[in-house]
Design a binder for this molecule. Structure first.
Ligand code: ZN
Length: 357
């Protein structure tokens, strides 16, 4: 990867290059913007650029700094993120295995399952190592991925480092949810916004990532909204058609039968794998919400064409009901209960609220 290979974000890149040249770097930078638009990739290029031994508008990709950063193995680039994210990116996190007396910290979960939050334990360990000199890099970098996953304790513990980092330390953060980053942290960073990608850039990116048949390209682009949503991208033509037909049954005028509703619920929950089930539910409800919103705004015909009948209408309360259903299902996913029953009852309730039964 090089700056020139990054799709979109040209203004941000030009600005970063200019500042690297002029040596005007803020000690804490927050790259933010919607999911899947390349924040982490860009941040990583930036970290390489400020440390590369032979930087000439692009990192050289050959020096130790470039190589180690590419492999997420640079001793001077400390990556902090939550356990789940680290697992999905295959990153080994720096953290204590236990507290000073060798016992696991009682305040933290001691199970080996990955955590959804950046823990205080990680920050304490970070503080132990950042006051040593960098081994190879010009700048010691603290690279925080998904900064919205700081919890209250880890955010408080990190404040001191954020306010007064050791010399030559640069803190680089990324988040898709700037509003959820603790305000104490957010307010102490320079914020760099990455804009959603244009349709042309998205098409370029998609041509490298997936191969939808052109029949679905416009709908997929519409659902992605200028960001690479991996969940949406993981679906294929066949399931996409299935979701679209089902969503159309729910919104098109005329009545829906109880059998159709139960069949839809079965389709969504038929996998034994929880992640797969949640993915199906997520994609279906994302499509349903988007479709309904477009019908309400009177712009559905352009995008959804053959899936909706001409006299289909929706009003704002229909969307509110759908939002309630989505929230309820999402909360219920964290409980140990039969997901199939929940989906069935929620789809029935929704159809009744929509006056479709
Ligand atoms: Zn280099």
């Amino acid at each position: 990867m090089a700056f020139k290979d990054i799709i979109g974000h040209t203004e941000v890149i030009e600005n970063l290059l200019k500042r690297i040249k002029e040596n005007r770097l803020h000690h804490a930078m927050m790259f933010y913007g919607r999911l899947g638009i390349g924040k982490r990739t860009l941040a990583k290029e930036f970290i390489k650029a400020i440390n590369c031994k032979d930087f000439d508008n692009e990192p050289c990709e050959k020096c130790n700094n470039c190589k180690w950063i590419n492999e997420n193995k640079h001793p001077d680039v400390i990556i902090i993120t939550n356990g789940i994210r680290a697992e999905s990116l295959d990153i080994r996190l720096v953290q204590n295995k236990g507290s000073a007396n060798g016992e696991p910290d009682a305040a933290e979960e001691t199970s080996s399952s990955p955590k959804k939050e950046i823990t205080i334990d990680q920050i304490r360990y970070l503080e132990e190592i950042i006051y040593t000199s960098p081994v190879e890099a010009k700048y010691r970098v603290i690279f925080i991925i998904d900064a919205e996953t700081f919890n209250k304790n880890s955010a408080n513990a990190f404040l001191k480092t954020l306010e007064e980092p050791p010399g030559n330390t640069i803190i680089v953060m990324t988040t898709s949810f700037l509003g959820m980053v603790p305000v104490t942290i957010r307010s102490r960073t320079e914020k760099i916004r990455l804009k959603p990608l244009s349709d042309a850039d998205m098409k370029r990116l998609l041509s490298e990532k997936i191969s939808y048949s052109s029949e679905y390209t416009d709908i997929v682009l519409h659902l992605l909204k200028g960001g690479l949503n991996r969940k949406i991208l993981s679906t294929d033509d066949e399931s996409l058609k299935e979701y679209l037909d089902m969503a159309a049954d729910f919104v098109n005028s005329g009545k829906i039968t109880v059998e159709e509703i139960l069949e839809a619920a079965n389709t969504l929950t038929r996998s034994n794998d929880r992640a797969e089930r949640e993915l199906r539910i997520y994609i279906f409800f994302t499509i349903l919400k988007e479709l309904l919103t477009d019908i309400h705004l009177g712009r559905a015909a352009d995008i959804w064409g053959k899936y909706i009948s001409q006299n289909t209408t929706a009003d704002f309360s229909d969307i509110e009901h759908l939002d309630e259903t989505i929230r309820f299902i999402r909360n219920a996913q964290n409980l140990y209960c039969n997901q199939g029953i929940i989906i069935k009852s929620e789809l029935l309730r929704l159809s009744e609220q929509w006056n479709r039964l």
